[in-house]
Design a protein around this ligand. Structure first.
Ligand SMILES: Cc1cc2nc3c(=O)[nH]c(=O)nc-3n(C[C@H](O)[C@H](O)[C@H](O)COP(=O)(O)OP(=O)(O)OC[C@H]3O[C@@H](n4cnc5c(N)ncnc54)[C@H](O)[C@@H]3O)c2cc1C
Length: 317
């Protein structure tokens, strides 16, 4: 019995969510008295680093066809079978969710996506996940002998818990892709919203897209990712991938700064798990203040540039 983790690398680098699943797999294996194997698409040098996050055995392969989830799910399922893995752990991103379903069918396994806790083994392998925009917590008992879990980002923290291990090459040459990637355009430079620990978000109070410079300046000063409310994305002021809330991305950063956002329930549904919420709004009755840890009642066009300036001075000192 063992736990198999798939840790996705991009250009031989791991995002936090990939390291978190290695941690998750290592902790699960430790509580079960089993071992954790990590399969990864990276060079042997990059893959060896996964040992620091708890990987006991690392299998690495390099492939140009990682976009093909049909092929990748076959590779992961075959490795699970050949290494006697009864639990497969994946990141909770679009790739992980797509793979999870395919792998569950191939292994005849139970599958739970977006798990926020390690399995409780005392109650018969129960994992929790957030439901109804964070208003409820579901407890899922996974009864099948094989299990597939995708782990929600920022759920269990990230810690170094081991030493680098020499990766073993996995031969993936026999697997053929069924689709070809013609072109990719990657957004560079910022941490993707689901993984961001610091988020600066703005709403209709900004009056128009031409004013977003002050938000970007604040985000850049803090090293934060930018987000927005739904109407802002709907009207094309900001790209749709920045929209957070019930119908957008659900996030739980350490710090969420909401600027010129009223705090409608549909917006709060996606951000109310943030550890610290700071609200800047000129209306003292804005509902967001009820969910805020810190609130500034002020005109954002006055306070945001001053906040950025103060932070820059603080960093310089
Ligand atoms: C089914 C459904 C799903 C939805 N899903 C989402 C979702 O996922 N995410 C989401 O965000 N919304 C969602 N909405 C929309 C939501 O109900 C709100 O309409 C929306 O969140 C409001 O956006 P806003 O706060 O940017 O704008 P507004 O409600 O217009 O608020 C603007 C705020 O800016 C403040 N302000 C204005 N000028 C200044 C200034 N100069 N300085 C400081 N403050 C200022 C105002 O006081 C006000 O509080 C959904 C709605 C429905 C019906």
């Amino acid at each position: 019995m063992s736990v198999l983790v798939f840790a996705e690398a991009i250009n031989n680098k791991y995002k936090k969510s990939s390291l978190e699943v290695v941690n998750y797999g290592a902790k699960l294996a430790s509580s079960q008295g089993s071992n954790v194997i990590v399969l990864t698409n990276a060079s042997a040098d990059a893959a060896a680093e996964l040992g620091k996050y708890g990987a006991q055995k690392v299998l690495n392969f390099e492939s140009d066809s990682l976009h093909d989830n049909k092929m990748l799910s076959q590779i992961i399922s075959d490795v699970a079978n050949s290494h006697n893995a009864d639990t497969v752990i994946l990141s909770d991103n679009s790739k992980g969710k797509s793979l999870a379903g395919r792998i569950a069918i191939k292994l005849d396994a139970a599958a739970v996506s977006s798990a926020t806790t390690l399995p409780n083994l005392e109650d018969g392998f129960v994992v929790q996940k957030s439901l109804f925009s964070g208003k409820a917590i579901g407890h899922y008992q996974m009864k099948a002998s094989k299990k597939v879990i995708t782990v929600a980002g920022n759920s269990i923290g990230l810690e170094e818990m081991g030493q680098p291990v020499a990766a073993e090459a996995f031969d993936a040459s026999a697997y053929n892709a069924t689709v070809e990637m013609v072109e990719t355009k990657r957004v560079e430079g910022t941490v993707p919203l689901p993984e961001a620990e610091l988020v600066v978000s703005a709403g209709r109070g900004m009056k128009g897209p031409e004013n977003w410079g002050i938000i970007e300046d604040l985000a850049k000063t803090l090293g934060a990712t930018t987000a927005c409310s739904r109407p802002v994305a709907d009207t094309g002021w900001r790209p749709h991938h920045e929209h957070v809330g019930q119908t957008g991305i659900a996030i739980k950063p350490n710090l969420y700064i909401a600027i010129g956002i009223s705090g409608a329930i549909q917006h709060l549904a996606g951000v109310n798990h943030s550890k610290t919420i700071v609200v800047i709004n000129k209306d003292p009755e804005a509902p967001f203040f009820k969910a805020a840890d810190y609130g500034i009642v002020a005109d954002l066009f006055d306070v945001v540039p001053r906040l950025t300036e103060a932070l820059q001075k603080f960093k310089a000192s």
